[in-house]
Write a protein that binds this ligand. Structure first.
Ligand code: ZN
Length: 125
């Protein structure tokens, strides 16, 4: 699976009861980019979806994932995907959640982070 580097805000937030200062990655939004992150609910691997890519136009998350297997844990991703950071896999039995609406879209404190890029019709694992 190809990787893609995107600029993210790095925040340390409370994402679940008793889980503070948890690292949360939030893709920066700008005029020319519309990236969102999704997570494998089985292992917590993160993937970026580029919604500006014509390939992803009008497709749902499940359609984009298709039969792609998670490169980290090998499950069929379409069955194990959730929007991140609304869903954050913290550990084996624990999920957290974070609402990024309250975070200003500012460049300060951002870093380039590399993620697997989830694209439709991908069979080159
Ligand atoms: Zn996985």
């Amino acid at each position: 699976m190809q990787k893609k580097k995107i600029r993210c805000l790095i925040k340390y937030e409370n994402v679940a009861l008793d889980v503070d200062n948890y690292k949360v990655l939030l893709p920066l939004k700008s005029g020319w980019s519309n990236n969102s992150l999704v997570t494998c609910t089985n292992c917590g691997e993160l993937f970026v979806i580029d919604w500006e890519n014509p390939e992803t136009e009008k497709l749902s998350l499940k359609q984009i994932a298709g039969s792609t297997l998670c490169p980290s844990c090998n499950v069929v991703l379409s069955m194990h995907l959730a929007n991140y950071p609304a869903t954050i896999k913290i550990s084996e039995n624990q999920f957290g959640s974070f609402d990024d609406e309250s975070i200003p879209n500012e460049d300060e404190g951002s870093e380039i982070v590399e993620f697997y890029e989830l694209r439709p019709h991908q069979k080159d694992l």
